[in-house]
Design a protein around this ligand. Structure first.
Ligand SMILES: Cc1ncc(COP(=O)(O)O)c(C=O)c1O
Length: 470
């Protein structure tokens, strides 16, 4: 039972009581880095304190028991056994772990979709420099139906085989990064099984977001899911699912560490023992995020009422929020099927309104960067399929008013884009500076405050500079 003082309704009360956001900050992008409740933060600090009080005792012994408890706690969320899940720091490490362990033959192909997360695509590309493997990417543009996606997958398999190549592995998401949409991973795993292709589900946005308790039944060959995103575990924790039957395929970790044994050594011990040991201690990192899974689940069950209640609220909020934003903006939501926590909404801005030199991706980036620098929030904005779209993440600490605020803010930003403000941004900072330098006496320097942009042009800030005439 939750302490009555901790009980909070979803929305503003939840945010105020249980999360650490700064006053006035609008957290609309849970999908990128997640966040976790104050109670989990305090627990993690306590573990860090304990580990600093007796580093060897904690890291060599105490941590192992906590790790075991975390694997047991997280496995049911995937309908799996504790022995089939291990913890790694993030999804990219999980993707690299699987791909670097598979032994590819000449002509092997990894099938992917054009919606793949960029870093995962790069992982395959970089692997193709050292292994006989390449990728075949299936182009899809939303809106598409699940059936379209499955049909495209079938034709890609045929195409690869017709070119005398071997479709060895298919990698696809559970929920896409952009546009924020659920992907038919269950159907694609079934096709993979039928066709003798290994399946790897990138569920970076899966656990704590969509129901994955049927993973054990659907039975993909591999799955990775970030616990730090939607499960509210501190950053540095993801769960890698490898069913017992495939554990012999994983001989090392990323990076290779003390758990690794030679082929002769590891075949002499039970595969399960090897798999457990391999991932117990991979080099030296802060392992406290791994140990926070039970605490995060306790918050989600005691304070929030459980996974289903969280999903119902967030899916409903994403659906209603997207519809309300589309109404305010006079546009449309990408999908209206309420199957995930993302609201992807078109912005009221066309490429024609930007003038002849309007560069869609560059303007989208400019608008996105305005959100933290001038509006105390962060809203992913992309130029996608010929239009501007934003992605808002529904979460238990938000309510419909936050989506209305997002729409009003985006309306202002679109108006600024239409008035071509994006054109002069860099030029203005530079011309201010050269104007002042030109006004200096022949020899000498002056302290002044300038609005400048950092290396990636992200924030414009006031910074003191000493400017001297050359
Ligand atoms: C679909 C997908 N895969 C992989 C990743 C990479 O996650 P990480 O940065 O935790 O490695 C992300 C990150 O957002 C993602 O959206």
């Amino acid at each position: 039972m939750a302490d009555p003082d901790d009980v909070a309704a979803f929305g503003a009360e939840m945010r105020q009581k249980h999360f650490a956001f700064a006053e006035g900050y609008q957290p609309l992008n849970h999908g990128s880095f997640g966040t976790f409740p104050k109670s989990v933060l305090e627990y993690q600090r306590q573990l860090q304190f304990e580990s600093e009080s007796k580093p060897d005792t904690w890291i060599r012994y105490t941590y192992l028991d906590l790790l075991k408890a975390s694997r047991s706690a997280v496995a049911p969320l995937l309908g799996a056994e504790a022995g089939e899940v291990v913890l790694v720091p993030n999804a990219t490490t999980g993707v690299n772990t699987v791909l670097q362990n598979l032994v590819f033959q000449e002509g092997d192909i990894v099938l992917t979709f054009s919606t793949i997360y960029g870093a995962c695509n790069k992982t395959i590309e970089s692997l193709s420099e050292i292994c006989p493997v390449s990728s075949h990417q299936i182009d899809i543009t939303y809106p598409v139906t699940d059936d379209d996606i499955v049909a495209e997958f079938h034709s890609a398999l045929q195409h690869v085989r017709a070119n005398a190549k071997t479709p060895r592995l298919a990698m696809f998401d559970a929920v896409l990064t952009f546009p924020g949409a659920r992907f038919p991973w269950e159907k694609l795993v079934a096709v993979c099984k039928e066709q003798g292709v290994l399946s790897f589900v990138d569920a970076a946005h899966g656990i704590g977001h969509v129901d994955l308790s049927h993973v054990g039944n659907v039975d993909p060959d591999f799955m990775i899911s970030n616990c730090y995103k939607w499960l509210m575990v501190p950053r540095g924790c993801a769960v890698l699912y490898v069913p017992f039957r495939n554990q012999h395929l994983i001989s090392s970790t990323v990076p290779t560490s003390w758990g690794y044994l030679s082929k002769a050594e590891r075949t002499a011990i039970p595969a399960q023992d090897y798999f457990d040991k391999l991932f117990e201690k991979v080099s030296t990192i802060d392992n406290t995020p791994y140990c926070c899974i039970p605490k995060a689940l306790e918050f989600r069950s005691k304070i929030c009422g459980g996974e289903a209640k969280i999903r119902d609220y967030c899916f409903g909020l994403a659906r209603h929020g997207a519809a309300r934003m589309a109404e305010i903006l006079g546009t449309e939501a990408l999908q209206d099927d309420s199957r995930c926590c993302f609201a992807t909404v078109r912005l009221p801005l066309t490429i024609a309104e930007l003038g002849t030199d309007g560069d869609g991706p560059a303007v989208a980036k400019w608008m996105q960067e305005l959100t933290p620098s001038e509006y105390e929030t962060y809203i992913p904005i992309k130029f996608y399929a010929g239009a501007f779209w934003c992605r808002i993440s529904a979460q238990i600490y938000l309510e419909i008013g936050d989506f209305e605020w997002a729409a009003a803010t985006l309306m202002k930003i679109c108006d600024r884009a239409k008035s071509q403000e994006w054109k002069g941004r860099n030029a203005r900072a530079n011309s201010d500076k050269s104007f002042i330098v030109a006004a200096l006496p022949k020899a000498g320097s002056i302290r002044l405050s300038l609005r400048v942009e950092n290396k990636v042009g992200l924030f414009s800030r006031l910074r003191d500079q000493t400017v001297a005439r050359q």
